[in-house]
Every structure is written in structure tokens, then in C-alpha cells.
Design a protein around this ligand. Structure first.
Ligand code: PZK
Length: 288
């Protein structure tokens, strides 16, 4: 991989790269790679990185009065974000408005999720009466480890933790209402926060994208079982139809599934932003 503009490569995520531009600024570059069942597939989804970059920038711009964020600018390629370098808090802030994934597993076992006692009789994918914050520690490999809010506060410091958790709940309330009005259920989402040199808690990473959230189609929402993924359901169904055992490497994905999946990402972008994806490709700054 080339180093964009001579920037120093800092780290690789599963589908993104991070570079240092100078002491104060980073470049985040989103690839078109897609993961399913925690495996990166060999076939990219064209423009996926641009969809996620544009969506994240859309949300950063519209939520900066809720909490300031690291976004400084977007690259002309549509897949890179120039951002403030922060001291990241060592905890992921997961906000859940619906009972799914690990929270459904934990609820079935104990009636609780990360220390939150929930009412009896809930079914999979039920909407919670109030969204909850379920913090997790960032694992280098494998799965993130759910922790209690008390443990998270001890890791972050009580004051930054409380600021970030209140911001996370307010961000979820804003974005889930916006999405639901446009036919997308934002079941849950993960935020990462950092602290700037003045001690100000800021939202970092990507925010409110399909890679950091569960997006469900609103028109088919039906509690009592798992919901289809708005973006990845075609890819998941295809991969399982091949008899794949969910271990690396995943199967190559045929063109029709690639193009159908690209269409779902573009559809999510256009529904949520009310901006045409073609306009974003012409000038990514349209989302700002
Ligand atoms: C930062 N990551 C996660 C890993 C990625 C992203 N604004 C920031 N300041 C300092 N550090 C980070 C950020 C942000 N965002 C984020 N690691 C460090 C990560 C690999 C690839 F794109």
C-alpha cells in the first residue's frame, strides 16, 4: 500500500487504515473491504468505503452541537477523513435501543445486560423502553469484552466517562429518530471518544455507519427473532448458501451479490443523508 502524501502509517483496522499527517492530525482511509461473521471476504464492495466515510461525516457535521468531534475535513477521494489527533478513551461506548446480538444472549442467560436489569418477557429484537449504554473494552484480536459501566468509568476516569456516556445516549437519540423517520431502524451503535489537549471529550473514529451499527429495514421489523441486516444480508445469505463454515478465508462473492450489496449501501446513504451518492462522488464536501 502507498503512504498517502508521505504520511506515516500508524495502524490497520479490519477495513480501514490510519496515518499520521503531523503531530496534531490523522488521516483515516476507509477501504471497500467487507466482513461477515468476523471474516474479511476476498471480494470488495465498490464504493463501500466512500459510503461509510460520507455517512460518518454527515453525522459528525449534524451532531457537533451534541458533542464536538474529530472531523476536520474530507479528502477529494471520498474515502479519507482528516481528523484531530486525540487521546482515545480505552472503552467502546455501545448504545442499544433494541435487544440483539450479545445483549440478547446475555439477557437470556441472566435477565441483565452489562449490569442493566431488564424487564421479564422480552423477545429477541424487542425495542427497549430506554436505550442503554453497554461499554466494552477494545480487544486487539477476537471479540470485544463487555464490561459494566462501573468498570468503564474506572478505566476512563469518572468525569470523561460520564461526559462520553451522556453524549453517546444523546447521539443515539438524535440519529435513531432521524433514521427511523427514513425507514431504517438503528438497533445499536458503537462510539469511540477521545480527549483533546485541552481536556475536551470529543467523538472520534467513524460514527453511525453500518460497520459501527446494526441497521435494520424498518418496513420488515418484527420482534421475536433476528432481523435482517440492511446492508449485509445478501452477502451473508450468499456466503452461507455456499456451505461456508464461517472460518477464514471466506468465499469469493459473485457480481450480482456485489452489485446488490453496493446498492444497499448507496440506498442507506441516500435515505439517511437525503443527498444523492453521485453528488457525493463529484464533491464529498456536499455532506459537510
Ligand atoms: C485512533 N483508532 C482506531 C485503528 C482505523 C482506526 N482521532 C483519533 N486520534 C487518535 N487516535 C485515533 C483517532 C481516531 N479515530 C483510532 N486508532 C487510533 C483505528 C485502525 C484503523 F481507521
Amino acid at each position: 500500500m502507498s503512504e498517502p502524501g508521505g504520511a506515516t502509517h500508524l495502524a490497520s483496522g479490519k477495513v480501514r487504515e490510519i496515518y499520521a499527517l503531523d503531530d496534531d492530525r490523522l488521516l483515516l482511509v476507509a477501504s471497500d473491504r467487507i466482513s461477515t461473521f468476523d471474516v474479511i471476504l476476498p471480494t470488495p464492495i465498490p464504493d463501500k468505503g466512500r459510503v461509510l466515510t460520507g455517512m460518518s461525516a454527515f453525522w459528525f457535521t449534524r451532531t457537533s452541537a451534541i458533542v464536538p468531534n474529530h472531523l476536520l475535513d474530507l479528502g477529494d477521494d471520498g474515502r479519507s477523513t482528516i481528523c484531530r489527533r486525540l487521546e482515545m478513551l480505552p472503552v467502546e461506548f455501545v448504545v442499544r435501543g433494541y435487544l440483539s446480538g450479545s445483549s440478547w444472549v446475555d439477557y437470556q442467560a441472566s435477565g441483565t445486560v452489562c449490569g442493566h436489569a431488564l424487564p421479564d418477557g422480552l423477545v429477541e429484537s424487542d425495542r427497549l423502553r430506554e436505550p442503554i449504554v453497554t461499554p466494552a473494552t477494545k480487544a486487539e484480536e477476537g471479540h470485544d469484552l463487555n464490561i459494566t459501566e462501573a468498570e468503564a468509568a474506572a478505566l476512563c476516569g469518572a468525569e470523561p466517562y460520564e461526559t462520553a456516556r451522556e453524549a453517546a445516549l444523546a447521539l443515539y437519540a438524535f440519529a435513531s429518530a432521524h433514521a427511523e423517520a427514513r425507514g431504517i431502524v438503528l438497533a445499536d451503535t458503537k462510539f469511540e471518544f477521545g480527549v483533546d489537549p485541552d481536556g475536551v471529550v470529543m467523538l472520534g473514529d467513524e460514527a453511525l455507519t453500518p460497520d459501527s451499527s446494526r441497521f435494520w429495514p424498518g418496513d420488515s421489523y418484527a420482534p421475536g427473532g433476528p432481523q435482517p441486516s440492511f446492508d449485509k444480508q445478501y452477502v451473508r445469505d450468499y456466503c452461507l448458501s455456499t456451505g461456508w463454515d464461517r472460518t477464514d478465508p471466506g468465499p469469493e462473492v459473485p457480481d450480482d451479490v456485489v452489485h446488490g450489496t453496493r446498492g444497499r449501501y448507496v440506498d442507506a446513504f441516500e435515505r439517511l443523508t437525503e443527498i444523492s451518492f453521485a453528488a457525493y462522488l463529484s464533491d464529498p464536501k456536499v455532506v459537510l
